[in-house]
Design a protein around this ligand. Structure first.
Ligand code: 13P
Length: 252
């Protein structure tokens, strides 16, 4: 059975003391919550991974990185390798976020390499993708998403998919307050699961968790998460307050 997952992407927010306080607040909010088949993940900035890992060590909260470099080591100033992440106990990495694509030129060719490096080092990958507003308006979102998934991930063998989580994040809904309706999310998630089934068969498709991201918050999480192909969320703004993030988690 696929897991439900609620992941908080903290983006470039929170210094070390703020990160520690947020992680402590979240652990505290969740201490009496029973999480049935549900994983909770937070993704602080690189410099705060160690601090947050220490705070969450004996809790249900897992820690992910927001990005990594595809090479193992070398002259890549400013970059972080998969092995560096695993060496501090990180088990999951977010790849392909729309902000990485938009501001740092990441594309499917690069993301295929990053995915390979992550999996080779035993990291789980949360692979993000989603259409921009113009693509939604011209009704090309399915073709866009198909390209983003197939070109970055369809070289993988079926076994590799046990370490892949998909995150559909329509760019027009990220940080805008606009959110895909629960029906729009379900429609796209069903389309995505169909793509995986066509390529890898029903077993792989049924076992992959597909998260929704984009202005997901306490007031709309329950409706979005109630859809059969929505297995949780990747949360930005609402993950920056322990109380709000806990409310989103409880919605699942
Ligand atoms: P918001 O929840 O702030 O819209 O961000 C979503 C997101 O980009 C998560 O990765």
């Amino acid at each position: 059975m696929r897991s439900k997952i609620v992941a908080g992407n903290w983006k470039m927010n929170k210094n070390v003391s703020e990160s520690k306080a947020l992680a402590e607040g979240l652990v505290n909010e969740l201490k009496d919550v029973t999480l049935e088949n549900t994983r909770v993940i937070v993704a602080p900035t690189f410099v705060n991974l160690t601090t947050v890992t220490a705070v969450t060590e004996n809790s249900a909260v897992e820690v992910a990185a927001q990005n990594m470099h595809q090479e193992a080591s070398g002259a890549y100033t400013g970059e972080i390798s998969a092995e560096m992440l695993t060496s501090i106990g990180v088990k999951t990495v977010i790849l392909g976020h729309s902000e990485r694509r938009e501001y740092f030129g990441e594309n499917e060719t690069l993301l295929a390499k990053k995915t390979d490096a992550a999996l080779a080092n035993g990291l789980e990958v949360i692979y993000c993708f989603g259409e921009v507003k113009e693509e939604r308006e011209s009704n090309t979102q399915e073709a866009v998403v198909k390209k983003q998934i197939s070109e970055a991930l369809f070289h993988l063998d079926a076994a590799a998919w046990s370490n892949i989580v998909l995150a559909y994040e329509p760019v027009w809904a990220i940080g805008t307050g606009l959110t895909a309706s629960a029906d729009q999310a379900q429609e796209m998630h069903a389309f995505i699961r169909g793509l995986i089934a066509d390529k890898y068969g029903a077993d792989v498709a049924e076992n992959v968790s597909i998260l929704y991201g984009g202005s997901c918050k306490p007031s709309n999480a329950e409706e979005i998460f109630s859809k059969p192909d929505v297995d949780g969320g990747l949360i930005g703004g609402a993950s920056l307050k322990a109380e709000d993030f806990a409310a989103v988690i409880k919605a699942i």
